[in-house]
Design a protein around this ligand. Sequence first.
Ligand SMILES: Nc1ncnc2c1ncn2[C@@H]1O[C@H](COP(=O)(O)OP(=O)(O)OP(=O)(O)O)[C@@H](O)[C@H]1O
Ligand SMILES: [Mg+2]
Length: 412
Amino acid sequence: MGKVTDDRGPVRPRSGSRRRGAGAEAPNGSRLSPSWLTVLQDVTRASNEALSLHDAVRHALRRISGHGGWGFAQSYLLGGAGAGVLLPFESWLEPAFPAFRHLRTAIRTMRFRRGQGLPGGILESGEPVLIAGPDRCSPALARIARDAGVASMTAFPVLVGTQTVGVLEFYADRVVEPEPALAELYRHVGTQLGRVVERVQFQEEFASAIGEEQRELGQELHDGIGQQLAGLELMCRSLIESLYGRKAALAAAHKVSDGIHAVSQKVSALAHGLYPVAVDAEGLGPALRNLAESTTIAHGIECVFVNERASCAPESRVATQMVRIAQEAVTNAVRHAKAGRIAVSLHCAANVLTLDVTDDGIGVPDPPREGKGLGLRIMRNRAASVGATLSIARAPQGGTRVVCSVLCGDGE
Ligand SMILES: Nc1ncnc2c1ncn2[C@@H]1O[C@H](COP(=O)(O)OP(=O)(O)OP(=O)(O)O)[C@@H](O)[C@H]1O
Ligand SMILES: [Mg+2]
């Protein structure tokens, strides 16, 4: 990152910002003040630990706004499948700046192409802007920004390597004199957040690769093994007819036929479980109910579903991952728990949608050991890929409890 732009001309350092002493050297020789260094360390730590890109970005917006005196902060990510359009992502409104509320609402519906407004300009240049006035907003936003009392803005890119994948933008109701060394902070924060973007992309690709394998396996089970079993069952029925009157042989043939039928049911349930049907908000409850019913049929373990979801409407990708997580949790309960009962429930409170899968079996080792199994790892990746939290622990009353929670709606 080289050039730093200041729309009002050369950047004027804040008095005292050239002080020598503790601090990181910026490219132009100035230093980040120790308090900004603390912000940087905090944002870096939060980015490394964040379970989701939402958490990492929200934290960065909040810390930088709070410390820099900006009242409102908005982030954008590249979206639209390579269309090169910046879409609004997380935002942060300082409680003391209610006047910016309207601005936030307006930005939510906006899109910025290369060169459009401040975010689009940064997408084009890949350079931070230390200070700009509201005239730098796109025409649609400039009037709203002025009405809200915006006097200055600052913004910088989120970078993966040298590629801009997002923008963080900050608004103030006064002219915030920029420290030139802030360019250094922006570069670090932009790169840290870029790493989180990369991590999330990897998790999504990972989940999609696993989904593809499961799809193939599900298809093979259904079309290959399932069809062969169906054929064997038919052959067995005709054998039974030909054995009429031969009691012992007939009993044995009945046993074989019943066995094939049971295996066929299990294969069918497995195939359905593996085949990745995308689920939307409406489909989430029925998919979980279907999972519970087919588990009871295929494995003879009581599996109930309680749907207490009131108003939450998760995005399709969230609903799909929730179903997948429930499938693995139920499969684990069937395979490992020696459970007599499995309860799957879905409820929503204060905009948090929670999936709960609890069994009454022997309980997971505490702490859970992933070992050679993939299931727990994949569940965690699935949850992280949609910004959900996941806990897998022994239930207080015995057995295992898997809880997956995700913010539903805009989380205000
Ligand atoms: N509900 C449960 N009750 C008891 N133990 C469990 C439960 N869920 C998981 N475990 C334990 O945790 C281990 C890891 O689970 P994980 O799903 O990662 O792997 P797996 O089920 O053994 O194999 P895979 O999921 O890759 O087919 C299991 O082998 C089991 O010992
Ligand atoms: Mg498993």
